[in-house]
Write a protein that binds this ligand. Structure first.
Ligand SMILES: Nc1ncnc2c1ncn2[C@@H]1O[C@H](COP(=O)(O)OP(=O)(O)OP(=O)(O)O)[C@@H](O)[C@H]1O
Ligand SMILES: [Mg+2]
Length: 296
């Protein structure tokens, strides 16, 4: 059905021997700022792309950190955010036009722009007419044949954009930072997911919370780890991302982490996280391993 339209900007989703893998939308969400949402979205997307999955990275943060990383900060004037969030598109190519290939194999991007802030009011206006929160889900659903993973980086501010992203997601992942201890935001995120699942009969999975920028197994770290574990049980993931200078350096050179230094500690931790979440099958993991063993 979809091969009737021209796929210019992305290669077609790879065929997987014996089974078609289900495309997944994964959102990185935490209303706290600076906890590693963008770093995690970019790095998880890059790991999956290196493992030869087709990945679309969506930046829904008007700060545009993810967009800038891929050199798209001039914006993509072709993106009609109102169409993306408020109008059900009739054909996949209408949504595909909002995406752009990046210089990295298997990664396309749907970039952010400052206009995203203004669209929040339009979504609010439309919400009076019906379930506008589900339109992004519908529109991204049109692309699911083309991508194995759609990774969404969200803004730290609570807004309709994040609610739409949540509704569109199969999984929500939440990075937290050691110096930002708080249960409340996390509890309310879980409550919102439950409420949206109930209201719209969705099955958004809260995939879990993981710690970022961990400076060492200090007493503070251990205490925090234990309290989160007690509070969230198996939704508190046993994989943490270590504090790593290569992350900030890669942000300054605008290179995704594994391009900047694939052997750094944070890159290793993110690979462990992706494995823990079972996002890769063995065939794709082999491709990643080959890359990791290769030069530079
Ligand atoms: N593992 C890490 N080690 C060292 N620095 C890190 C690590 N993860 C993130 N950082 C740094 O922390 C800062 C915030 O990270 P990031 O931009 O990913 O957070 P964010 O949650 O997306 O922030 P915002 O809420 O503003 O969008 C950045 O300067 C980044 O370089
Ligand atoms: Mg960010």
């Amino acid at each position: 059905m979809y091969n009737k339209f021209k796929v210019n900007s992305v290669q077609k989703k790879s065929k997987h021997k014996g089974r078609a893998i289900m495309s997944q939308v994964i959102s990185l969400i935490n209303e706290k700022g600076g906890v590693g949402k963008s770093t995690s979205a970019i790095t998880i997307a890059q790991i999956l792309a290196i493992a030869r999955y087709k990945v679309l990275l969506i930046d829904l943060d008007p700060q545009m950190n993810t967009t800038k990383m891929f050199g798209q900060d001039g914006g993509n004037p072709g993106i009609n955010y109102e169409h993306l969030f408020c109008e059900k598109q009739l054909r996949p190519d209408a949504v595909l036009e909002f995406t752009c290939p990046t210089e990295y194999e298997n990664i396309s991007i749907l970039s952010a722009s400052r206009e995203l802030s203004a669209i929040v009011y339009k979504i609010y206006e439309r919400s009076k007419e019906g379930a506008v929160e589900l339109i992004l889900k519908y529109n991204l659903g049109l692309l699911k044949e083309l991508y194995d993973y759609i990774i969404v980086d969200n803004s730290p501010f609570k807004s309709y954009l994040t609610t739409c992203a949540m509704c569109a997601s199969d999984k929500v992942l939440t990075p937290i930072c050691v110096d930002n201890f708080s249960y409340d935001g996390l509890m309310s995120l879980i409550d919102i997911i439950d409420a949206l699942n109930g209201k719209y009969s969705l099955s958004i999975e809260f995939a879990g919370i993981f710690m970022t920028r961990v400076a060492g197994r200090t007493t503070l770290f251990r205490q925090m780890f234990e309290s989160y574990e007690n509070m969230f049980g198996d939704k508190f993931l046993p994989v943490s991302i270590r504090n790593c200078i290569a992350v900030s350096e890669s942000n300054t050179t605008f290179e995704p982490l594994l391009t900047y230094d694939k052997r750094c500690t944070a890159a290793q931790d993110y690979i462990e996280l992706v494995n823990y979440l079972k996002l890769m099958d063995s065939q794709h993991f082999n491709s990643l391993e080959k890359y990791m063993k290769g030069g530079k």
